[in-house]
Design a protein. Structure first.
Lengths: 229, 229
DNA sequence: CCAAAAGTGTTTCACTTACACCCATGA
DNA sequence: TCATGGGTGTAAGTGAAACACTTTTGG
């Protein structure tokens, strides 16, 4: 099955912009490169797509291999293919973004064999390749999409307080929200299950914990409902 | 610059979902394949990415070569990479969607050397590869995005009536709109320039022609305005 | 004068916004 | 008892939705 472009094909990679949320800050998981080019620089986790695996599988595999993460929310972001984005040769990368519940994963990722670490999105180191562009695109997408899809819950632990949720939105949207209005609106959607548990170890009145009702969301969505904050 | 995956790289293509709007119908431009696989089937215009050109350039080039179209609104849609989407070998395709002002282009495309034709989106022939999926994704994207970006104007001639505009939205959104509310809302945005011309050759009162004010839109957008229908 | 579509205002209702205080808890 | 955040209601304003008739023009 010889082909015209066989001899000059672009290489194909996937890269993942992995978001986490921790104590009011939006974080990003980066890997320190141990080979040229850009040796020593921080970069997005990612790598070459195997010839028999799907793009999404490649992204999941690379995440697992490089950061130990699995079971994350993953969505294709954009494909970056400027001819000069890799100094060695033509490399086209399909970027994904992932949302992880940082609480359960943070330690693992930070102690992985390869040097991985979480960075505050507003304080990133210099990056390899065009990864700043990719991250910028991911931030824009997240900011846009979080308002009309219930993505936020993917960044919080399964049980969370309304204040945590509000802070998450405030961080992503980079805008303050009115506490009473926020609670009214989100509760009126009827997508949160009130648990009978409360926050632990706080030096003030403990807040009630809620849980996102995935099933109810899907059900409502079928009936034409759409989430909007 | 030898590389591990050199010998088994996926091929990389671009495909374009080209939308047009004509007399109340949303149309799609397809090419009839003259080679295997899927010889004789209709398919999206597209082809292999050259190793030194950007993805967008490749999409523009293929559009020009296969359909004669240029100066269209073009935006990356999604990258399709299921390993079995091409029966010959692994082919990853970066899909774009394009919006064209059909009025000025329709004849050219239909008479091109290769067999190209416009089809009503609700009455498509059998398609090659996974092109139905790509089209479905494009329709969803168009439907979602047309409400918060002024894309609709890319499908209309430079001068259009408010009724034409409303029909366009009704077609894309697949929902009827109230005439008075529609006009109130769109005019209140202050993005349309009233021309002193009117429709020609109609057997009833002729409607006023408007023009989309691109400059004003960019200006307002900077100030935090965002289009929403 | 008839057919066909252009064009236009008002009321109702729902939702968004703005805003401030009391409550529960742990230290 | 104090500091800290948790939790709540209401009024005003804005924008969306519903709705029907008159005007213009060509045939």
């Amino acid at each position: 099955m010889a082909h015209t472009y066989q001899y000059s094909r672009a290489a194909l990679t996937v890269d993942c912009v992995v978001f986490g949320f921790d104590e009011g800050d939006l974080k990003l998981l980066l890997i320190q490169r141990d080979i040229e080019p850009f040796e020593g620089r921080w970069a997005l986790p990612g790598g070459f797509v195997h010839v028999e695996e799907s793009l999404e599988d490649a992204a999941l595999r690379e995440l697992q291999e490089e950061t130990g993460l699995s079971k994350v929310y993953l969505e294709q972001l954009y494909t970056f293919g400027q001819p000069d984005r890799d100094p060695r040769e033509r490399v086209v990368t399909v970027a994904y973004y992932a949302l992880v519940k940082l609480s359960s994963h943070s330690v693992k990722a930070a102690t992985d064999a390869r040097n991985a670490a979480w960075f505050d999105v507003s304080d990133l180191p210099r990056l390899a390749f065009d990864h700043e562009n990719i991250i910028e695109a991911a931030l824009l997408r997240l900011k846009g999409k979080v308002r009309y899809e219930p993505l936020g819950f993917e960044l919080l632990p399964p049980k969370f307080t309304l204040t945590q949720l509000q802070h998450l939105y405030e961080t992503i949207l980079e805008a303050p929200l009115d506490k009473r209005n926020f609670r009214k609106k989100i509760l009126a959607m009827d997508l949160l299950l009130e648990t009978d548990e409360i926050e632990q170890d706080v030096a003030h009145r403990a807040a009630r914990l809620y849980r996102f009702d995935e099933g109810k969301y899907k059900q409502l969505k079928k009936k034409g409902f759409h989430f909007e904050l």
